[in-house]
Design a protein around this ligand. Structure first.
Ligand code: XMP
Length: 325
């Protein structure tokens, strides 16, 4: 496409002019399409003067931090530092069951960790200084009056926290702020980002913490993660991933009786969600074939310790939200 290729050239020139010959840039990445596209664009524009940070909050998907590291570093040549802050996040989440409190704790801890780690990043070249913060803000995030609850992790609230980023006086750089999601995907494809990453379902900033209902512990996250991994793997095998807008597994902290072999078990419940939507403001639940549901259910119960029952969520939005918390 002529216009998007044009956008890349124009945007790279604009970034170079804005950043100048010696300043350096840092930015958080999540493994999602927006932050990856923004990071790749920045790397194309200024090379190793851009530094990406991935904060592993302990509630990412199965093997996510390692996969992002591999894709961004080896695949896309982005300078990336992975910070394992799992224990810190899980420690703060201990005993917390209220969904909004979980969100706040994760948001605040993220900013705190990001600021602390950003301050440790050294410029790649002598005499240079980190002056800019990259954000993968899209156009719908910009028009906050429409109050679209964007699925991407955001750190735009950092102004209210008054931490290091303010002390470092970082200037914001938002190369995607005029683009819609489909345009970002197109841009990602032109920048050589893999089809799988470009077409990934959105994943909320608070991650699996809002998909483990009730208290979030390492053990509960592990169960939810394994079940989710099997579910998504099967969705892909059945060729359904791109027909679905978003799919995930939730762990319900409810014990239920079952029988496995000749043993009576008393374990928890996994709820599967899959939706089709245009804008995430309204959504329909996805109609799977019985064959698919039977297969996924038996795999989850057989392969994931701690699960005795699987249910499928047949509620549209509204009245239900996409996430369970
Ligand atoms: P709901 O549950 O509100 O979800 O119907 C709509 C879309 O937003 C995502 N979502 C979030 N994304 N932080 C995020 O970054 C959040 O706290 C959050 N809550 C929901 C959800 O995954 C869906 O795509």
């Amino acid at each position: 496409d002529w216009s998007m290729e044009n956008f890349i050239d124009t945007e790279i020139s604009r970034i170079r002019a804005l950043v100048g010959p010696t300043a350096e840039v840092i930015g958080a990445v999540s493994g999602g399409v927006d932050s990856t596209v923004a990071a790749k664009l920045m790397t194309e524009a200024i090379g190793d003067r851009f530094h990406a940070i991935l904060v592993d909050n302990g509630v990412l998907r199965l093997n996510e931090a390692a996969n992002v590291k591999k894709t961004l570093t080896e695949g896309l040549g982005i300078d990336l530092t992975v910070i394992d802050a799992s224990e810190e996040f899980l420690g703060k989440l201990k005993g917390i069951t209220d969904p909004e409190k979980k969100r706040k704790i994760i948001g605040h801890t993220f900013i705190h960790v990001f600021e602390r780690e950003a301050a440790k990043i050294k410029p790649s070249h002598e005499g240079e200084e980190i002056e800019f913060l990259l954000q993968g803000t899209l156009y719908p995030d910009v028009i906050e009056s429409i109050s679209f609850k964007g699925p991407s992790q955001t750190i735009k609230t950092h102004h209210n926290v008054g931490g290091l980023l303010d002390d470092m006086k970082l200037k914001l750089i938002e190369p995607l702020r005029e683009l819609f999601k489909d345009e970002v995907r197109h841009l990602g494809e032109l920048l050589g980002i893999s089809h799988d990453l470009v077409w990934r379902h959105p994943f909320p900033g608070p991650g699996i913490a809002i998909r483990v209902l009730g208290e979030v512990t390492k053990e509960q996250v592990e169960i939810a993660r394994k079940a989710d991994h099997i579910y998504i793997e099967e969705i892909k095998k059945f060729g359904l991933y791109e027909k679905i807008s978003q799919a995930f597994a939730c762990l319900l902290p409810v014990k239920t009786v079952g029988v496995m072999g000749d043993q009576r078990v008393y374990e928890q419940v996994i709820a599967l969600r899959a939706i089709e939507t245009i804008d995430f403001m309204t959504a329909d639940w996805f109609v799977f074939e019985a064959k698919f549901l039977k297969h996924v259910s038996s795999r989850i119960v057989n392969e994931v310790d701690g699960v005795a029952r699987v249910v499928y969520d047949i509620t549209s939005k509204p009245p239900a939200t996409v996430e369970w918390e």
